[in-house]
Design a protein around this ligand. Structure first.
Ligand SMILES: NC(=O)c1ccc[n+]([C@@H]2O[C@H](COP(=O)([O-])OP(=O)(O)OC[C@H]3O[C@@H](n4cnc5c(N)ncnc54)[C@H](OP(=O)(O)O)[C@@H]3O)[C@@H](O)[C@H]2O)c1
Length: 247
């Protein structure tokens, strides 16, 4: 059956696949026919994701901010047709309390890890020509921010800017490079952030569509960017925010 969104025959690496958006991306890619390779630090939660897949999959435990773990992961990979960088953290802190250490930690996982993992995937020719690279970024840093969100926004902003240059550098290989930029998505990412449930409910009312997004709604846009349906799309930051940044 004709389906330009199909991922049949493709192998996709998904980071941050042990929960939230990364898990939903892995599940939706699998539903669309991809063989999915999962990675994150928590083995148990990765195994849960693996059980949720429709198709073949495998998992590798790795702390992506650790160079040795990244290198070990690379040893296990042969050829892939796409990578989705979803691993990430928030660390809400008022600007006056930012330290170099805190910035290093958040930049390590949100920026340096996906950037250098991508570089190694290319250098080792694991990413095939015609492949697609997707970074899960954010509207934070692109179009807005939040109180205490300056460091997080900086990491995402750095990714949003960098994809444009990477897209140009890889265009001769027909490798496409894009981000998805979600607004608030209902995952556990804010569980230990000090933001209360009441604050989150109140905040969700500010969205024109009157709710936060769901992980699958981000996953569907990632499927689009990985598939032939987006074959002429590169260097784009795709906003998925229920209209939040229109106001
Ligand atoms: N939720 C939102 O509202 C929202 C909005 C915009 C953008 N985003 C972005 O979406 C991405 C996913 O967020 P989420 O909401 O799905 O959060 P989440 O449920 O907390 O997922 C974060 C993922 O990152 C992995 N991770 C964190 N540190 C890691 C490390 N050092 N090495 C390897 N994996 C690591 C975690 O796995 P382990 O703990 O198993 O390592 C987990 O799978 C993030 O990049 C986030 O910035 C989220």
């Amino acid at each position: 059956m004709y389906n330009p969104f199909s991922l049949e025959g493709k192998t996709i690496l998904v980071t941050g696949a042990s929960s939230g958006i990364g898990r939903a991306i892995a599940i939706e890619c699998s539903k669309m026919g991809a063989r999915v390779i999962l990675t994150a630090r928590n083995k148990e939660r990765l195994e849960e994701t693996l059980l949720m897949l429709d198709n073949e999959g495998e998992l590798y435990v790795a702390d992506l901010s650790n160079l040795d773990d990244r290198n070990t992961l690379l040893i296990h990979l042969s050829h892939i047709d796409g990578v989705v960088h979803s691993a990430g953290i928030t660390d809400p802190v008022p600007f006056q309390f930012i330290t170099k250490e805190r910035l290093d930690t958040i930049f390590d996982i949100n920026y340096f890890s996906p950037v250098f993992l991508t570089k190694e995937l290319l250098k080792k020719k694991i990413l095939r020509n015609n492949s697609s690279i997707v970074f899960v970024s954010s509207i934070a840093g692109l179009l807005c921010s939040s109180v205490g969100g300056s460091a997080y926004s900086a990491t995402k902003s750095a990714i949003n800017g960098m994809v444009k240059g990477i897209a140009l550098d890889l265009a001769n290989k027909q490798i496409r490079v894009n981000t998805v930029c979600p607004g608030m998505i209902d995952t556990g990412i804010f569980d230990n952030s000090g933001i209360t449930q009441e604050q989150l409910v109140e905040d969700s009312k500010k969205y024109p569509l009157k709710r936060y997004g769901k992980p699958e709604e981000v996953a569907h846009s990632v499927v689009y960017l990985l598939s032939e349906a987006s074959s002429w799309v590169t260097g784009t930051n795709l906003v998925i925010d229920g209209g939040y940044t229109l106001l």
